[in-house]
Design a protein around this ligand. Structure first.
Ligand SMILES: Cc1ncc(COP(=O)(O)O)c(C=O)c1O
Length: 326
């Protein structure tokens, strides 16, 4: 496990890294380690499982405000100097792929005496190293791109500087038994060896797919930060080097039923949760996230794997034509 921690720390340009038994274990350890009742500001659009868990954060004595963190004024308005101890952002955010400006948010956080934690699962250290943009802590669901083979559940934290908080996180990891197992650590290192090749290929394919899908008569929008029309494109271009990631979403003009029907028609894309593996996945996220999700019901999330771009495109186009009236 220590070898995998040294690897993640080096990739993130971090002072230290810690591996966990899952991404959720890594994320929740940060909140549990806050030493006093703290106000937290977090992205409204983020991994739904963490958002659901954070809604009950009051039992640890903390309060939380969810905001659209791509809107810096909204973040400034939500932060309470002296009270807010932690800003938590996810960029690109799952599953709308909005972009939050890490450097700008780190300034807001630090001016208020708060820490900034960035969930960089989707960007990976190949595209973004949040610590170089001012983040204090970086979190990954290593289950996703870092491992890349959909056969490990793991989490990672990387830290800009070792602090008392970092020591408490280490204690919590041991106390609650959230340490990564040695076999998983070994598998993870196997996966990280091809991280740069996978992420660059997946980003390239996702970008080509997004461009080709724009304007399709069955779609109302294509959500991908690599598109110049994307609201966060310029910020993404600044903080993501060498690509915009392998995740995109499409919204269907004919609504939820049509989106579900499309996901049922694909042959090469697999209908499954998770993301960041070598196989391409498609999912109707609103069905998974349930009531209260900010995810529109007409949205399909696409995790681009390593298959041929033309094959993926034709499979999707075929499914759209079979399920759509357009
Ligand atoms: C962006 C993001 N962060 C954190 C998690 C949680 O990670 P894990 O599934 O490894 O617990 C996920 C899982 O889907 C995720 O997508």
């Amino acid at each position: 496990m220590q070898q995998s921690e040294a690897l993640i720390a080096a990739l993130e340009g971090a002072d230290d890294a810690m591996m966990f038994a899952s991404g959720m274990a890594a994320a929740s350890a940060v909140f549990q380690a806050l030493d006093k009742a703290t106000h937290i500001v977090a992205s409204q659009v983020m991994y739904w499982g963490l958002r659901a868990w954070l809604k009950g954060i009051g039992r640890f004595g903390h309060t939380i405000t969810f905001v659209e963190t791509s809107d810096l004024d909204a973040v400034r308005a939500a932060v309470r100097p002296g009270e807010t101890g932690l800003l938590w952002i996810e960029t690109p955010s799952n599953p709308l792929w909005t972009i939050t400006d890490i450097a700008a948010i780190s300034e807001i956080a630090h001016a208020a005496g708060a820490l900034l934690c960035v969930d960089s699962t989707v960007s990976t250290p190949i595209l973004t190293r949040p610590i170089t943009h001012g983040a204090d802590v970086v979190i990954h669901s290593a289950t996703k791109y870092l491992n890349g083979h959909s056969d490990v559940v793991a989490g990672a934290l990387a830290v800009a500087a070792r602090t008392e908080l970092w020591d408490r996180i280490r204690d919590i990891r041991a106390e609650i038994g959230a340490t990564l197992g040695p076999f998983e650590a070994w598998l993870l290192m196997r996966g990280v060896r091809t991280l740069h090749v996978r992420v660059k290929t997946q980003s390239g394919t996702a970008a080509r797919l997004a461009e080709r899908l724009v304007g399709h008569p069955a779609l109302s929008s294509v959500l991908y930060p690599g598109l110049e029309t994307h609201a966060g494109h310029d910020i993404a271009a600044r903080q993501m080097a060498g690509g915009f990631g392998g995740m995109l979403s499409i919204r269907l003009k004919d609504g939820a039923a049509n989106a579900i029907a499309t996901a049922a028609q694909v042959k090469l894309w697999k209908r499954a949760t998770s993301l960041g593996g070598v196989e391409s996945l498609i999912e109707h996220r609103a069905s998974i996230e349930g009531e209260g999700t900010p995810c529109p019901s007409d949205l399909l999330r696409l995790s681009v794997g390593l298959e041929d771009c033309d094959d993926l495109f034709l499979d999707l186009i075929d499914a759209l034509s079979k399920s759509s009236r357009r």
